[in-house]
Design a binder for this molecule. Structure first.
Ligand code: UTP
Length: 410
């Protein structure tokens, strides 16, 4: 037996969301049941995060975290590669594609990975990522287990697309899908939107929940059965990144770190990227808007900027360390987004500009839960081509140019 109308109303009144039952009387029996069930399972407390938005969250004491720079990597490259290849060959490394986001900035209704960036032929984002992973499969001679995170909003489309394209040549038996969780989305006053008269607006709860979603969906059991010890988590939108890169894997193992993070050298002191640092002695990432002038101008012993390496959302986590953080709560980030909703007349609208907040946990906050982190420098123009927007900075256009610069035919 689910919640009754009265119980739902009481729950909503307690958190100031009773307006969600505004159309209840107009609904048919199934719709009523659907709405009550959703109210029952939704955690509305996340919305409280938007009440504490004046000012940036308190940070601990920030100090520099040394990155492994290109010259150091070059000097030990063959050793790292051997260690990495061996770990991959023994099946200890899995890849996790974070593809649960809505990609609203790109403005397509399809999952971002379905976007075709080809010019003279089809070249889908998913295809490009699988090609990158295949480079390592071919080098090492084993399939690398690939776990794909989707959400309620794009699971069906993503899986259908990849199956229709035969996973672009990847072994279907080495691919698993799992769904992340959703969170309610609200207007600027913290009132949760409806997207239908019987449906609360929800959106994926950020990329920080990937490991706990793996656990909930039973995927961590597969990790155990297969003896996977390392997980390379990567974003769907960087079409140049190396995935399960043996040198990166080997360096992280060799330095005995709980996590490795691919980083690029900042191209200006005020570049808008999160940079690696220590916070109260533990690895962390300080966002560009939190970087004070003092931190921006700080120098290391060589005279280089002390906070000079930005993250690109490509991390290698040691799985046993992730298990330990399952019970910890990650901070929630309040993000302004375009949220499809009903207007005051009950008509569906698809906003052209942001109209409220989503609530997200971020993978970068997991870094702070780890005891040690190796920032691993990669050459920006060879490994970083994110597609966030249609045109301009970090766009389809800029990524195409970078792919071509790297000899990829489009
Ligand atoms: P972005 O921060 O670029 O977010 O995601 P997004 O929500 O997809 O895009 P916009 O802001 O609406 O345009 C970085 C990576 O994290 C994944 C994305 O799919 C992308 O690979 N992600 C993001 C998730 O897997 N789940 C989420 O809830 C959010």
């Amino acid at each position: 037996m689910g919640m009754t109308y009265e119980q739902a109303l009481e729950k909503l009144q307690q958190c100031g969301q009773a307006h969600l039952l505004k159309y209840y009387e107009e609904l048919n029996k199934e719709q009523k049941a659907e709405l009550l069930a959703q109210i029952e399972e939704t955690d509305f407390s996340v919305v409280d995060a938007c009440k504490h938005m004046d000012g940036v969250a308190e940070r601990g004491k920030i100090s520099p975290l040394k990155a492994m720079e290109l010259a150091e990597i070059e000097a030990e490259k063959e050793k790292f590669r051997e260690i990495g290849v061996e770990a991959i060959r023994l099946g200890k490394v899995g890849a996790v594609l974070l593809a649960g986001g809505m990609g609203t900035r790109l403005g397509s209704d399809d999952p971002k990975g379905m976007y075709n960036i080809g010019l003279t032929k089809d070249m889908y984002i998913f295809e490009r990522l699988i090609c990158n992973l295949m480079d390592v499969v071919n080098e090492v001679g084993v399939w690398i287990p690939l776990f794909i995170m989707t959400s309620d909003k794009n699971q069906v489309a993503t899986e259908k697309f990849l199956r229709e394209h035969d996973f672009f040549g990847y072994d279907a038996d080495c691919v698993w899908f799992f769904k992340q969780e959703m969170a309610p989305a609200a207007d600027y006053n913290g009132k949760v939107y409806l997207e239908e008269k019987w449906k609360i607006s929800t959106s994926p709860n950020g990329n920080g929940g990937w490991y706990s979603s793996m656990e909930k969906e039973g995927i961590t059991e597969i990790l155990r059965l297969k003896g996977i010890e390392w997980l390379n988590v990567f974003a769907v939108d960087n079409v140049l990144q190396r995935i399960a890169d043996p040198v990166f894997v080997g360096a992280t193992i060799d330095r005995n770190c709980a996590v490795g993070s691919k980083v690029v050298r900042k191209n200006a002191p005020d570049e808008k990227v999160g940079v690696m640092c220590l916070e109260d002695g533990k690895p962390s990432i300080v966002e560009y808007y939190e970087l004070t002038d003092e931190l921006m101008n700080a120098k290391d012993e060589k005279g280089d900027p002390a906070y000079n390496f930005g993250v690109i959302l490509n991390y290698l986590f040691r799985e046993k360390d992730l298990k330990e953080m399952l019970d910890k709560k990650l901070p929630l980030h309040v993000v302004e987004k375009k949220i499809p909703c009903l207007d005051e007349n009950g008509e569906q609208v698809k906003p052209q500009a942001p109209n409220g907040y989503k609530f997200e946990g971020l993978v970068l906050d997991m870094i702070h839960e780890m005891d040690s982190c190796l920032p691993f420098e990669v050459v920006r123009n060879r490994e970083f081509a994110p597609i966030k927007n249609k045109t301009g900075v970090d766009s389809v256009e800029s990524a195409r140019a970078l792919l071509q610069e790297n000899g990829v035919e489009l």
